[in-house]
Design a protein around this ligand. Sequence first.
Ligand code: PDD
Length: 286
Amino acid sequence: MGRIAYVNGRYVPHGEAAVHIEDRGYQFADGVYEVIAVYRGRLVDEQGHLDRLRRSLSELEIGWPVSESVLPGLMREMIRRNRIDEGIIYLQVTRGVATRDHAFPARAKPALVMTARSRDLTGLMTGQPVRVLTVSDNRWGRPDIKSISLLPNCLAKQKAHEAGCFEAWMVDREGWVTEGTSSNAWIVTADGKLVTRKADMAILNGITRISLIELVRRSGVEFIERPFTVAEAKEAREAFLTSTTSFVKPVIEIDAHPVGDGRTGALTERLIAFFTDHVRSQTEAA
Ligand code: PDD
């Protein structure tokens, strides 16, 4: 059986799923999205993703395409129809279809599309180390909103891949690392402190980030939310990134400069284990 997509109330074969060419997502990137991991057929950190979706919609004054209480059932149906054991659900809400005009349309109905695909998440739990390239952060002023407007992120990720790196860490005008193109950035400083930037308007408040902070706080590991520079990251003892599609990934090189001894750090290993337990415990069969 092939993949099934959800398009505005209908489940359709993935290859036939389509929206109208005047959908404002297509013309203006006027929409928001979420990517949610599925492990053992269950959604990981579902409530966090729903809370962030609510916030993104509200910041852009886009209404719910279906009532908030209905969405979890639709996502479960996507898991069921696509037979996902390990994978991801992508969901996108746009302001809807309207004659092209920059200002909000008076009567467009928000549009909801979802795709699901299998993906090996157990493999992520091994914490495969990666390299990072730094690039300047030239995004708009509201990266805290999970908007589908991702062109600067795409350009930066492409640049990273061309340099043989997995991710690009974006750097603001003052030299502070903001975040990755699709992940949050963390370091363990030369004197052993775990640091990640505060979730201000300059970054997306990752759900993986939020969960890991909670796990770190419970464990008693010393942790500080503050920005760090590229120079500090290069001199750090350890570095890693977090996201729904990476979980916790060690960063062993920044701009071809080895981080620490160039191998996964001890604290990073511990945090990978924390996060793996977190995913496993919330997806155990009842
Ligand atoms: N990206 N920062 C940015 C810019 C992101 O796009 C993402 C996620 C994150 C991490 O957020 P979370 O832990 O909630 O996944 C941080 C998703 C995975 C994507 O665009 O595919």
